[in-house]
Design a protein around this ligand. Structure first.
Ligand SMILES: *Cc1c(COP(=O)(O)O)cnc(C)c1O
Length: 364
């Protein structure tokens, strides 16, 4: 077969361990998965009610235009309906952007460490890419500007960044955007937007008039608690959305996902409640880290990247045996740290107990 050259160096995505796997492996009754930043409170109860009570014509193709959801989101964000693109998760939107803009004649810029799909897709398209190291968990935006060349087609900004959780201060982001050439697409991946509590944060959708070359990515997978349905969306100028629509598969979102998101959008109260609970629990992690002299990044998300007093794989394995699945920093490009999704109060108390044992083992 004549595979793309780039694929030779690549590996398929390997999912983390599931709850059932870990239960069997260590003979545990209860296992808590805090590895993928899913919502520990589930989704809005109106969504579960909807799912048990409604039926749908399954023989009919989904609405490829996502008409109802589009109209609802346009109102929610005060944007034109033509400014919205839906994807099978924001994962798919990242690949659509790459497919439409990147090839072996182009160049793209991203932070490191960050969400791995930007580099993954750049590789598939054969684009040159440069990874700009974070500074204390923050994007080094001046270094991004210095890396721009005449072939740069896309700049990826993950805000707040996964896996560090840091939020770029709005003034810094705006200054950066004002210096980026207008013919470069700047992707603002805001998968954790709903968890941001910093009162100085500007909603970047409001920056679209000033900077028509930005594209804002949001998702139903994190705070909305609907990861299983695979639904993300992009908001940008209609001109950009039109180009991306050319590479989108016509029925990329299934009917059930569209219907469920419609119901979820009615329930702002649920999102608000999750944001508040998450903030309270996030503070507990900050306090725990500080009390134990462990470095932790300043998070505006529903996860924390916290130092461990040993190799991160070893620490993750230790926590796994105690019934907590977390992500080792080794796999994320942040050695000596683990990324823990902020769970419910009870789950986090369990994490702290397990962590106490881990620290004890290292004599701390
Ligand atoms: C989880 C995550 C996504 C993927 O979201 P989906 O909509 O589920 O594909 C995208 N970007 C970042 C930074 C994420 O953490």
């Amino acid at each position: 077969m004549k595979w793309k050259e780039a694929l030779k160096e690549m590996k398929p995505y390997k999912p983390g361990r599931s709850i059932e796997e870990v239960k069997d492996l260590y003979n545990l009754k209860e296992v808590v998965k805090l590895a993928s930043n899913e919502n520990p409170y589930g989704c809005a109860s109106s969504v579960t009610e909807f799912l048990t009570s409604s039926s749908m014509p399954f023989q009919i193709y989904p609405d490829g235009h996502a008409t109802n959801l589009r109209s609802k989101l346009a109102i929610k964000h005060s944007v034109d309906e033509a400014s919205i693109l839906f994807g099978n998760g924001s994962d798919e939107i990242i690949s659509l952007i790459s497919r439409a803009l990147l090839d072996d004649n182009t160049h793209t810029i991203m932070p490191a460490p960050t969400f791995p799909q930007y580099a993954h897709n750049a590789k598939i398209e054969g684009a040159d890419f440069i990874e700009i190291p974070l500074v204390d968990g923050l994007h080094d935006l001046n270094a991004f500007l210095s890396a721009v060349n005449e072939r740069t087609a896309v700049i990826w900004i993950c805000n707040p960044n996964n896996p560090t959780g840091n939020l770029i201060p709005s003034e810094e982001l705006i200054e950066f955007l004002s210096k980026v050439p207008e013919n470069i697409l700047v992707v603002l991946d805001e998968a954790y937007f709903e968890y941001v509590t910093d009162p100085h944060h500007t909603d970047s959708i409001r920056l679209l008039d000033q900077f028509p070359n930005i594209l804002v990515l949001r998702t139903f997978s994190k705070a909305y608690g609907l990861a299983a349905f695979r639904l993300g969306y992009a908001i940008g100028s209609p001109a950009i959305i039109t180009e991306l629509n050319k590479v989108r598969n016509p029925f990329n979102n299934n009917s059930l996902a569209l219907a469920v998101a419609n119901v979820a959008l009615e329930d702002d109260g649920f999102i608000e409640e999750c944001r508040q609970k998450n903030q309270v629990q996030r503070e507990r992690y900050m306090a725990y880290a500080s009390l134990n002299g462990l470095h932790v990044y300043d998070s505006q998300t529903n996860f924390v990247l916290m130092e461990v007093p040993m190799d991160a794989d070893e620490a993750s394995e230790f926590l796994l045996k105690k019934g907590f699945i977390v992500r080792s920093g080794n796999a994320l490009g942040t050695p000596m740290h683990v990324r823990i999704t902020i769970g419910t109060e009870e789950q986090n108390t369990g994490v702290f107990h397990a962590f106490d044992l881990l620290l004890k083992e290292k004599g701390r």
